[in-house]
Design a protein around this ligand. Structure first.
Ligand code: PLP
Length: 411
């Protein structure tokens, strides 16, 4: 399968740590030579141009966020001006939920109980800012099995009291891919807005946000897009919302033409760029510029998705066959699966430590999940096979017994 993989050469462009099977790219993607070159380029320009880099660098730093938005638009199926890079994912949730929450439209915000915590923290904070009790205003769709959320339960939660639905595209633990189209349609039928956190799908699942009519979305670039730890995040705002004043307005979201007029009245850019806040952090943005070359050379996200599904199919098949004491917590239907697989075992935490000691980098998520992410741009089918063999050996020798149960820090 590796021999017939049209994307197999891409891995040469990445720095794969020595003696390592890297299966954690859904937490932090690998550094690439392309990202490194883009970073070195801006460092060189800083050295040469100093402040003139804002205008004289190539590409100029002043419109760097908008330009990257244009490059990212095809990854999410949006018009170029509907996308920009800015802030962090959490900050983008604050500004977008803060902007678009309108209790007159409907007091409730629909979320689910398997969401990544930061989404709830930010939404709750925004509700408090508006004088609302988050326990009252949040309508939390509950999982039936602790792994996934039924689409019909989401749809049933959307009624006239709902003003906004904010859900992930892919659940961070089980890897379930949501039906964005059906949810957006239901939200709009109830005159509510639909927003999504695409952290676990950007760069590995194609999206068509504009066509579906999604109102807004956020994501990070340090997972499947390999832009580096804490890299700048991204956001999408549908063009019908252009012109609103963002909740977290700042001078970087002012129209570029009037930004340096230094008027004390904010003049929002007539695009998603209005949702930038402060000065773009060029050094944590530049690697994304290089990393996107790899996506383009792969033939776009559709090509990456095809290989990703083949890799996760293979992984699920091997877990079924070789690891009967483990369960697959990820939907088997490809249409409901993101880019990683949740392998469940009561000793998942200590198994993840035993694997890391063997050089197999995975991560652990509460309460019983070893997450394995075969990233299509640098993981091959043999890597998947070897990962499962390591797991088999760890289980056979009960290697996890030599690790403490006590947890702390990053898992
Ligand atoms: C779904 C989701 N949203 C948000 C975040 C993190 O947001 P930030 O980049 O602001 O730390 C993560 C991190 O893994 C995530 O999985």
């Amino acid at each position: 399968m590796d021999a017939s993989d049209p994307l197999s050469d891409l891995r040469e462009r990445f720095y794969i740590p020595e003696d390592c099977l890297y299966m954690d790219g859904n937490s932090l993607g690998l550094f690439s030579k392309d990202a490194e070159a883009a970073l070195e380029h801006v460092v060189e320009e800083w050295r040469e141009h100093a402040i003139l880099g804002w205008t004289d660098a190539d590409p100029d730093w002043h419109t760097y966020g908008e330009r990257l938005g244009e490059r990212l638009a095809s990854l999410v199926g949006a018009a170029p001006e509907e996308v920009v890079v800015a802030n962090s994912t959490t900050v983008n949730i604050h500004t977008l939920v803060g902007t678009f929450y309108d209790p007159d439209r409907g007091e409730k915000i629909v979320v689910d109980d398997l969401d990544f915590p930061t989404d709830h923290y930010a939404i709750r904070a925004q509700l408090r800012q508006r004088g609302r009790d988050p326990d009252e205003a949040l309508r939390v769709v509950e999982s039936r099995d602790g792994r996934t959320i039924e689409t019909e339960d989401v749809l049933a939660a959307i009624d006239d009291d709902v003003g906004m639905v904010f859900l992930p595209s892919v659940l961070y633990r089980s890897g379930q891919l949501f039906d964005i189209e059906a949810i957006t349609e239901a939200a709009h039928d109830a005159d509510a807005l639909a927003g999504f956190d695409l952290a676990h799908s950007i760069g590995t699942v194609p999206h068509d946000l504009s066509e579906v009519g999604v109102d807004f979305a956020v994501w990070c670039h340090y997972k499947y897009l390999n832009a580096g730890p804490g890299a700048i995040a991204g956001l999408y705002v549908n063009e019908r919302h252009f012109g609103v004043t963002p909740a977290l307005a700042g001078w970087w979201g002012n129209a570029k033409e009037t930004q340096f007029d230094m008027s004390l009245t904010y003049d929002p850019a007539h695009s998603a760029a209005a949702f930038q806040t402060g000065t773009i952090p060029i050094l944590s943005t530049a690697p994304l510029d290089g990393a996107l070359d790899i996506v383009e050379d792969a033939g776009g996200v559709a090509a990456l998705r095809e290989k990703s599904l083949a890799l996760t199919d293979f992984l699920i098949e091997l877990v079924d066959e070789r690891l009967p004491e483990c369960e697959v917590g990820t939907p088997r239907d490809p249409a409901s699966r993101g880019g990683h697989v949740a392998v469940e075992h009561p000793e998942a935490y200590r198994i993840s430590l035993a694997l890391k000691e063997r050089g197999v980098v995975v991560d652990f998520r509460q309460p019983n999940v070893v997450r394995i992410a075969p990233i299509p741009s640098y993981v091959g089918f043999e890597d998947v096979f070897r990962t499962v063999e390591h797991l088999r050996e760890v289980l056979d020798a009960e290697e996890y017994e030599s690790f403490e149960r006590k947890r702390g820090g990053v898992t």
